[in-house]
Design a protein. Structure first.
Length: 596
């Protein structure tokens, strides 16, 4: 085989090795050959393999043969970007002469077939396609699954009813970060199992490996609990409940596709529904008015109010039983226990807490937060040495933070992501961090406010320079503007970190809070923007020379949106179809290296 050198794939291809496929995420290292297309016949997976791997191949092959994929958005097939290459891309049928016979075999070699799908598992792989067949090498079956995903994108229609790989190719690939995810909220609005599985399909295709499932919130408790069946009285309806079978189904479906499911039960704040059905005394301020017209008197950041009573002893009995039951269902070693946005005024409605403060006037809300940490952590650690906890950053660095949160807790940071912000605070303190900065990664932002009876929208002009709440500024969305795929992809979250601090970044998640999302819209709000994060944390947003590759990524994400839809993931459109068919004609700058 003759190979042309192409490192860190990226749109600028030699004429000899020009191909139309442009897989997302871009592999870390890819080398296309130039000896011509390889016909793909009925591919057989050689040798005995585990059911998980065999079934993964059967799904991949069925997808390949069913879709007969034709790349929808391709790069200009010449060495460098011309100024606005507005000609229609080359035909999907290659001009080079095909070999008379094609390849039939996929050989897979796995070093460790028993490696579990847990944090840090090796997902690397090598993939070689030649006239002799396809060879995949990986340390674990989870790397093989990633290889299958790549293969799905590079086997395309030959335009004549057959399948080809456009050139021989060698790929050596591995993720930059072990934790690559999205967060879905099923507490504000219920998301059906069918739609949860659809998000997992999108994740697997874009090599995202963590579904952070924010199960409940103050507004509803959708999980059926054998320990406390009454909790689902606070589900929205009997149809909007996850049975144990439902939860296990989601976990199994995700695992089969290399996706881990990390559950979250938010505590002690954002806790009313469910808990109050067990014992109303467990929940403070549930009967208060949430906002008041005076912000200082608010008891919650949104309706409805409610926080677990940190001093009431029975709180910990119920927390323990709920946590133990969910730990038996969710198999991941990580469990997220919330700990964000404690509102001090809520606890003025608790007789237990006001009495506790009165007993020692020197006590502060920081002491109260520490009381929660000291009394809940033994519960959270009790399931075994394998368990590692995640919490939102608030418990460690907010105004009402605890004094001492163990350093083995993974902190999820969501605020102040630029410059000397919270990422640096947390990593310099020694915490491992998952980046979910609202300035860059919150997918619900920019969609306007949802609280009703809001007089701030009663403005009939837009002439105040963007100051008023309605038309300018945040438009009623606290974290506006809308996070475009460019905003996500261009996020350099290691900025201003030392090398030792950067080592504490274990990955990133794009959260989607569901106040304005349900089954109808969830997929279009997630996709394809989440795929931009997929590449950011798999192979990065820069080429081997350190230059931003946003311009070349454009065609990848435009193509990938079409690929998601073809696979049943209802991703939203990003551009007029003209922009897909005319590479870079819709770039803002004539200088196409501007992003470098």
């Amino acid at each position: 085989m003759k190979f042309a050198s192409v490192l860190n794939v990226l749109g600028a291809l030699t004429a000899a090795s020009a191909v139309q496929v442009n897989p997302l995420p871009a592999p870390r290292n890819i080398t296309w050959g130039s000896s011509g297309p390889i016909q793909v016949n009925n591919l057989n997976l050689n040798g005995p393999h585990s059911p998980l791997l065999t079934q993964a191949w059967e799904r991949a092959w069925e997808t390949i043969t069913t879709l007969q994929w034709v790349p929808a958005a391709v790069e200009s097939p010449i060495a460098s970007y011309p100024a606005f290459p507005t000609s229609t891309p080359v035909s999907s049928a290659p001009k080079a002469k095909r070999a008379p016979s094609g390849i039939h075999n996929v050989d897979v070699h796995v070093v460790d077939n028993d490696a579990d799908l847990q944090y840090g598992v090796d997902e690397s792989y090598t993939l070689v396609v030649s006239d002799g067949g396809i060879r995949i090498n990986s340390q674990t079956v989870w790397g093989v699954l990633q290889a299958f995903t790549t293969l799905q994108q590079i086997i395309i229609s030959d335009g004549k009813g057959g399948l080809i790989i456009e050139q021989p190719v060698k790929i050596k690939d591995a993720p930059l970060y072990p934790h690559r995810g999205i967060m879905i909220d099923t507490g504000r609005n219920f998301i059906t199992v069918r739609k949860l599985l659809e998000q997992i399909d999108g994740m697997a295709l874009s090599k995202l490996n963590v579904l952070h499932w924010h199960l409940d919130d103050s507004q509803s408790w959708p999980m059926q609990m054998s320990s406390y069946p009454e909790m689902t009285k606070d589900a929205y309806s009997p149809r909007e409940i996850y049975t144990e079978h439902d939860m296990r189904r989601v976990i199994a479906y995700a695992r089969a596709r290399g996706v881990r499911v990390i559950p979250e039960v938010d505590m002690p704040a954002h806790s009313a529904s469910g808990w109050q059905q067990v014992d109303p005394e467990i929940v403070a301020c549930a009967e208060s008015w949430w906002s008041n017209d005076v912000w200082a008197e608010h008891t919650a950041v949104q309706p409805n109010p409610g926080q677990l009573d940190i001093i009431y002893p029975k709180t910990y009995e119920v927390v323990n039983n709920v946590y133990q039951e969910l730990s038996r269902i969710f198999s991941d070693n990580l469990f997220h226990v919330g700990a964000d946005e404690i509102q001090p005024n809520c606890y003025n409605y608790s007789t237990h807490i006001t009495k506790w403060f009165a007993e020692d006037p020197s006590r502060t809300y920081n002491d109260l937060a520490q009381y929660w940490v000291d009394h809940s952590m033994p519960i959270f650690r009790s399931v075994g040495d394998h368990r590692r906890l995640m919490m939102w950053e608030d418990i460690a660095i907010a105004t009402e933070s605890a004094h001492d949160v163990p350093k083995d807790v993974i902190m999820q940071t969501w605020n102040s992501g630029e410059g000397e912000g919270n990422i640096k605070k947390l990593t310099s303190a020694g915490y491992d961090v998952v980046v979910s900065t609202s300035d860059f990664l919150y997918l619900d932002c920019g969609r306007g406010g949802y609280v009703t009876n809001d007089a701030r929208y009663n403005v009939q002009s837009n002439t105040d320079g963007g100051v008023n709440f309605n038309y300018g500024g945040d438009g009623g969305s606290w974290c506006a503007p809308y996070k475009t795929w460019q905003r996500i992809y261009d996020y350099d979250f290691l900025t201003n970190l030392t090398s030792s601090e950067a080592k504490h970044i274990i990955g990133a998640e794009a959260p989607l809070w569901s106040e304005q999302v349900d089954d109808v819209t969830v997929s279009s709000v997630f996709w394809p923007r989440a795929a931009a994060l997929g590449e950011l944390v798999w192979s990065g947003n820069r080429d081997a020379a350190g230059r931003k590759r946003t311009t070349s990524f454009t065609q990848r994400i435009l193509n990938f949106r079409e690929y998601l839809v073809a696979n049943g993931v209802m991703a939203t459109a990003l551009v007029p179809k003209y922009c897909l068919q005319h590479p870079h004609a819709c770039d803002l700058y004539k200088n196409q290296t501007v992003m470098s």
